[in-house]
Design a binder for this molecule. Structure first.
Ligand code: 5GP
Ligand code: MN
Length: 340
């Protein structure tokens, strides 16, 4: 199993023992790994009597709100005053599941100007330099997997409670698409085995995350696949777009579009997929790819974003149609990956 350098662990342990207030936080639009790794670590720290506060930049989907500790989380966008106070008072801030500080959204300036010790734990490539300590491992399936290893390294005993295990399992399950990608390492399953040994109910967790949608969402999937998916076999690419009007028509709520961007990749021959969603002030874009097509570089260069090789996201500040035109006109530049 991978391990975190002993020297790093002993330095962090020292900071932990000297500190009063600890913050665990994660990126905006938090996904299952963001919330799972943050809350898993939150429970560990609380169980060990640390004073810990969990903060997200903004709200997250209902299908993640069942997680133990969810109601303790400060949503910075809703409760800015409390968030700022907690950040100002923190002795240590753990930055979890993101590699650049702009992923903190409205919290960024407060975190950057905080005098606390900052510790990054993440699995995205090329973390930028905004933390005092960096635990970055791109081969890990998820940040939750790294939190597992981190807790184990901090605390040789590894007394996994069900609460920690439920959160970390959710992080690993969601970031691997239920073990369909980023999940070819034996280590991932050895970790999952230890988590399952705590007695958590895997099937129940699966159901809470994936079988928890409204009928409107199912109808929206039908609409999207039938009417809104554009397939360009020439460039092995497909994309889906959703206007504000459509979102309203299908009573779209937060999290309803989760997973849409993956559907086109199940079409034979398609290796690059995009999803454009018209938000109030910008277009949210998601990218997924297969093989060596660098979705993160594509997003970083053209759509103000980033992410992993095969899963990335970004934003466009043009109109929906302009963002789509830009996207399609860029494809020939990537012929090396998309043709032949
Ligand atoms: P999603 O498409 O599910 O929102 O995000 C897929 C991946 O891309 C995630 O790993 C996420 O961290 C990253 N990502 C999503 N949106 C952004 C963004 O706006 N900027 C950056 N740098 N990464 C993003
Ligand atoms: Mn992740």
């Amino acid at each position: 199993m991978k391990s975190i350098p002993k020297k790093l662990i002993s330095e962090i342990k020292k900071h932990l023992s000297d500190s009063g207030k600890i913050i665990v936080l994660t990126h905006k639009n938090p996904d299952g790994d963001a919330i799972g790794s943050m809350l898993g670590f939150y429970h560990y720290l609380r169980n060990n009597k640390y004073e810990v506060t969990a903060i997200t930049p903004d709200e997250y989907p209902e299908f993640l709100q069942w997680m133990p500790g969810s109601s303790d989380i400060i949503r910075f966008s809703k409760d800015k005053k409390r968030g700022i106070k907690a950040i100002k008072e923190a002795d240590i801030i753990f930055n979890l599941d993101f590699n650049t500080s702009d992923r903190l959204g409205g919290m960024e300036s407060y975190v950057l100007s905080s005098t606390s010790i900052k510790i990054l734990i993440d699995h995205h490539p090329s973390p930028s330099d905004f933390s005092d300590y960096i635990i970055s491992e791109t081969t890990a399936s998820s940040t939750a997997e790294l939190i597992f290893l981190f807790i184990k390294a901090l605390d040789g005993k590894s007394h996994w409670t069900k609460q920690i295990a439920e959160c970390l399992f959710t992080g690993i399950m969601t970031d691997t698409g239920c073990f369909s990608y980023n999940s070819s390492a034996g280590d991932t399953y050895r970790i999952v085995a230890e988590l399952l040994d705590t007695g958590i109910n895997k099937d129940d967790i699966f159901s809470k995350v994936y079988n928890n949608f409204s009928d409107n969402r199912m109808r929206l999937i039908g609409h999207v696949l039938n009417k809104k998916m554009v397939v360009n076999q020439d460039y092995k690419t497909a994309y889906i777009s959703l206007t504000r009007k459509e979102l309203k028509e299908y009573k779209f709520t937060f999290g309803d579009s989760e997973g849409f961007v993956n559907y086109p990749l199940s079409i034979k021959g398609i290796i690059f997929s995009a999803l454009f969603i018209e938000k109030n002030k910008f277009i949210k874009v998601s990218f997924r790819s297969k093989g060596n097509f660098p979705a993160n570089i594509f997003s970083e260069k053209h759509f103000n974003g980033g992410g992993h090789l095969n899963a990335a996201g970004g934003e466009s500040y043009e109109s929906l149609s302009a963002a789509i035109s830009k996207f399609t006109s860029l494809l020939p530049r990537y012929s090396k990956y998309l043709k032949g």
